[in-house]
Design a protein around this ligand. Sequence first.
Ligand code: 3AT
Ligand code: MG
Length: 354
Amino acid sequence: PPRRSHISRAQFAAELTQCLVEFVVQLLPTQDELSIKEDVRKLLERLIRTIEPDSRLLSFGSTANGFSLRNSDMDLCCLIDSEDRLPATDLVNMLGDLFARETKFHIKPLPHARIPIVKLSLDPQPGLPYGIACDIGFENRLALENTRLLMCYAMIDPMRVRTLVLFLKVWCKRRKINSPYKGTLSSYGYVLLVIYFLVHVKNPPVLPNLQQIPPLRPISQDETHINGFNVWFFDDVNLLRQRWQSQNTESVAELLIDFFKFYSRDFAYNTGVASIRAGLLTKESKGWDNDPDKGTARERNRLCIEDPFETNFNVSRCVTRDGLYTIRGEFMRASRILAARPDRAFVALAQLCE
Ligand code: 3AT
Ligand code: MG
């Protein structure tokens, strides 16, 4: 059993909250980094417009939703507002050539990937100690919307939501459980786990369910659907903050402790699907438990997190049996460290991120 320290639960939570906030602040991108990235976006947009004059290059992912850490990659999406645009495969090849000619980036066009993208990277240099990594995709309008959804959730309660999310992003990287290619979970997946916890697990909830608040005026199908998916959500955060106040007053540390506890032992991994849109669903109801045509369904759906808009898509489908075992082991380890309540909160934080 964990050795209990002499400090009280309340005192530990207060100190840990302060440590978490200070820790996360140091890891935020600097103003310089943000403006260099914005310059890069503008430069690339200018170049793309020499081929597709009606295009826009937009940020999504962490650079656009307020969850970015120092040196996080840039996710860019190219939208082309014209009828006769080039097929993505051609565009990827042409842009690859163009960027290689006109910029100092290393370029890797992936025209035949499931989602065609151009990868760009810049080596570290003075003023940019980690270089830049950037992916450009095309017409990924759902990703722009899920980025906006996460941004709105962050804005409702910036102090608690951003601190929790940013801490978990650092934690999962340090603990090496943030590699979809190796069977663990993407950053996006962890962010969804946090939002799910704050909307559907905490009682009273820390966040409202933005996808279930009725719209202020009737809205037509055209306005709400992209590729057949309903992407509507209540995005007037200013109004919401006037009208809705969370009854939950727990501190960041209390929420973090509970987050680890919940995902160590309470979440129904075997049968449940975490859905931000609809709360806890079953794998059975989504057809994610077994698929007679594809014997691998069960293997793909060890951990189930429903995408907020693309509801037939399991965001955590890359998580393998071993990956999930490792992730849950890490949730348990974190719970144990926090339950032991070391006398100094920063010691707990250092141990967590070891
Ligand atoms: P980092 O700061 O880069 O670690 P991030 O918040 O940018 O974290 P990702 O790079 O994992 O998160 O993802 C960037 C965006 O791409 C987030 C989301 O709009 C989209 N995306 C990523 N993974 C998925 C997925 N499995 N399903 C749907 N959209 C995804
Ligand atoms: Mg990213």
